[in-house]
Design a protein around this ligand. Structure first.
Ligand code: PMV
Length: 327
């Protein structure tokens, strides 16, 4: 049993995953498309050993709640079952960004855990199988496994719902400036949020129209049409948040700073600096722009008061085994 460490990126969805058709298998209502992020990642080391009396889970610099611990142990159980191993494990993980603020720590975390634990248990899974495994831990994690620009095929069974690479990271010089506006963990996590989708009267509209936006994103990627990409990304984020805000009870993830940034990004665009926003389940704003404009965007952002930080990301590889262990 070999100790294994994996580095996995977080990802930002251009077309979002919001709502499941199968809760236990985490099968999504629609296909989604994302880009892996070079500057926001998890590092996870896993070791299985007959010497360990119980599973030990540690997150560097962060308290880990009982529920979260259980979810990780459940994932280890999946791997143990697949590998026919019954040793306990030691897991240590480190994120380079604050969790619960709209950067998907569950995505990078479960992607890293899936590859690290399967290798540490002696399994040699294919990329597709690692993506399927990661999805069972957290839906969006399946998109952090393959490289670059990724599509998650919704599928209709466990083995047919997984993500694959559409284009490698070097395909297009895009950037995602992650603008941190709050370090507080969100009140309603995405797992609970997904299950509330049925209570919004706008969900049907979302289901009826998401296919058109998916096609537009694919065309924009194929033709490297940044304006089409950006306009569709923004429309998609607003569509998902309209569903969230009209759920019962309403899920309101924005803070006043979130809205201030969204309006500023639109104003800069009108003045000729082309950038678009997207948001996940949190107040963090993702500013999508072209690499050539990153410096100008950072300058504009420096004029906005009260921001906690900006993480500059470029498209990145997916999950990879690395040499340096955390223990
Ligand atoms: O994988 P989950 O359950 O954390 O869901 C992620 C949902 C969003 O981040 C809001 C959208 C997405 O596709 O990443």
């Amino acid at each position: 049993m070999e100790k294994t460490t994996v580095k996995s990126p977080a990802n930002i969805a251009f077309i979002k995953y919001w709502g499941k058709k199968d809760k236990d298998l985490r099968l999504p209502l629609n296909n989604s498309i994302s880009m892996n992020l070079s500057g926001a990642f998890s590092l996870t080391t896993v070791e299985f050993s007959p010497d360990f009396k119980r599973d030990e889970i540690e997150m560097v610099g962060e308290e880990i709640g009982e529920k979260e611990k259980e979810r990780i142990i459940e994932h280890l159980d999946r791997v143990r079952k697949m590998a026919r191993v019954d040793f306990k494990a030691r897991v240590k993980t480190k994120n380079n960004f604050p969790k619960g603020t709209g950067i998907a720590s569950s995505a990078s975390g479960f992607s890293a855990l899936s590859l690290a634990a399967s290798r540490a248990a002696g399994l040699k899974l294919s990329l597709k199988e690692v993506s399927v495994l990661a999805r069972l831990g957290s839906g969006s994690a399946c998109r952090s496994v393959p490289d670059g620009f990724v599509e998650w095929e919704k599928g209709n069974s466990n083995s047919s719902s997984y993500a694959y690479s559409l284009y490698p990271p070097g395909y297009w010089n895009l950037a995602d400036l992650v603008i941190l506006v709050s370090a507080q963990a969100k009140k309603v996590g995405s797992t609970e949020g997904h299950s509330m989708i049925k209570s919004s009267p706008f969900t049907q509209v979302r289901i009826d129209t998401v296919g058109q936006r998916l096609k537009k994103i694919k065309k924009a990627l194929r033709e490297k049409d940044f304006t089409l990409l950006g306009e569709t990304i923004e429309a998609e984020a607003l569509n998902m948040h309209a569903v969230m805000m009209t759920s019962q009870p309403p899920l309101f993830y924005w803070s006043p700073k979130t809205l201030e940034l969204m309006l500023a990004i639109r104003a800069w665009r009108e003045e000729g600096l082309e950038g678009y926003f997207t948001l996940d389940a949190g107040p963090t704003v993702h500013l999508i722009c072209q690499k050539k404009d990153v410096r100008k965007m950072k300058k504009e952002l420096s004029s906005i008061k009260g921001l906690l930080g900006v993480i500059v990301n470029y498209p990145s590889l997916g999950a990879r085994v690395v040499k340096d262990h955390l223990f």
